[in-house]
Design a protein around this ligand. Sequence first.
Ligand SMILES: Cc1ncc(C[n+]2csc(CCOP(=O)(O)OP(=O)(O)O)c2C)c(N)n1
Length: 322
Amino acid sequence: MELSREQLLFLYTTMVKIRLFEERIQDLYARGVVPGLAHLYVGQEAVAAGVCAQLEPRDYITSTHRGHGHVIAKGAQLKYMMAELFGKKTGYCKGKGGSMHIADVEIGVLGANGIAGGGIPIAVGAALSSKMRGTDQVTVCFFGDGSSNNGVFHEGLNLASVNRLPVVFVCENNLYGISVSQKQHQLIEDISVRSIAYSMPGVTVDGNDVVAVFQEAGKAIRRARAGEGPTLLECKTYRWRGHHEGDPNQGRRYRSMEEVQQWMERCPIKRLEQTLLGKRIATRKRLQEIWESTRGEIDSAVQYAQESPFPQPQDLYEDVYS
Ligand SMILES: Cc1ncc(C[n+]2csc(CCOP(=O)(O)OP(=O)(O)O)c2C)c(N)n1
């Protein structure tokens, strides 16, 4: 199905928002403004944008340690995200969660997660809850190639399958788990083949092609909403930055400059830009306006975060659960 002009521009704008947010965090992190760890999503924007554009506000996602893109695509407000990354009281988790734990139940973000694969059982639980409550909410669970080796992946997929739960497992195969290449940690090439063991559809898609991601995610989400059960959707993509911002030489110890360069040439934003310009859906000027207005939004978010207060020592035990 052809996408409308509005849909294509929406996908483009979401990807630009994620890219610019991450680039600003990169800069602020280098200046020591952002405490803790930051795992950037640059290069993978098409996955979050394409998948979340198929979700309704009432649907859920679970996210990962590399979660800013997912949360932005699900509709999070940049100023509360930025405040959280700055450790400020006005942030989504009142400054106590940081980059890896952004959550907002109101918009269906059940939490980013510092535990690799930690979102999988939460997503299966949320989907079970939707089924028991008789709603038609769908849960999307994002995780990486490395996380697909964890026990919870197998338990989670099995439980979701046997109960026909409305969940879509989205594996972002960016070819590395910290510094370990996929070839070193898995003998399979397509992680989607693991769906066979759990009798659910498994699909591999070019994760840098936002239109392809949007279409495949749409099929899986419609299937889940119709009560037909889960799908494993693997999106092949690449992270441009190191595992986290402190990764020595930004990951050049375990991958070549040529490899990074080749993937940068497959930039998901450039790719959609060519389609938009080629099909005369948008002019170059219109696209530049999108970049400019998004930069303005990010400037305002940074200002909001800068001007916000830090939590007080007496707030230490509030809103904290174990
Ligand atoms: C259960 C668990 N084991 C190990 C770690 C340490 N760790 C953090 S990120 C990561 C790699 C995750 O790789 P992947 O799932 O492919 O995600 P990516 O970083 O590529 O986005 C590991 C092993 C962890 N956080 N949780």
